[in-house]
Design a protein around this ligand. Sequence first.
Ligand SMILES: C[S@@+](CC[C@H](N)C(=O)[O-])C[C@H]1O[C@@H](n2cnc3c(N)ncnc32)[C@H](O)[C@@H]1O
Length: 205
Amino acid sequence: MKNDDMKTIVADGYDRIADDYLGRFGQSSVRDAKLAEVLEKLPASAMVLDLGCGAGEPAARELVAHDFQVTGVDASLGQIMRARQNVPKANFVHADMTAVQFPAEGFDAVTAFYSITHVPRNEHEALIRRIATWLRPNGVLVASFGSSEGDWLGQWLGTPMFFSHLDPDETKRLVNDAGFRLEQAELLKQDNEDATFLWIAARKS
Ligand SMILES: C[S@@+](CC[C@H](N)C(=O)[O-])C[C@H]1O[C@@H](n2cnc3c(N)ncnc32)[C@H](O)[C@@H]1O
């Protein structure tokens, strides 16, 4: 299957399972800790781009509550409609994160919680490079990636779903090569499922 087919499977899937996803995975102490780290790194009134924002919970809601200016992007219209209801003070864009356009150096931080793991892995390099262009110098990237290389296509929460991961060392290399300074790279087991992700915190050089 082509990458576009995989992306359609993912977006259509989240249209179907948006509420079930939030019910099952809306709480995570791992994501809460990473979100807290993001909050500590940001200057007042920072502009934050949340890629794969889902229903705006909890990331966009929490960032707005701390007076940051938040733009969320999601490929699922169902997720974006929920996010607009849940977090009216944020700006939400219905788009594929690998194709959406933003001005250069328009954001202080980019977050991506459990979302790049749905992007076909042969597009990760270009995506990370695009993220670097959207960030101001010294801007922050905090994102989760897969912990072992491979693709997975199957039934997940009752709908067809696709996941795609690079080897963690390859992800770290791509982040470095895109012009980031790696501040943290750690493999963390989820508290709410039997899964481990690579968490990256990096600053644009
Ligand atoms: C596992 S959910 C994570 C939602 C939220 N970030 C969280 O922490 O719970 C993944 C989200 O990424 C979105 N997504 C997946 N691929 C995407 C893409 N190429 N562009 C934009 N959003 C995408 C999905 O629609 C879904 O809402």
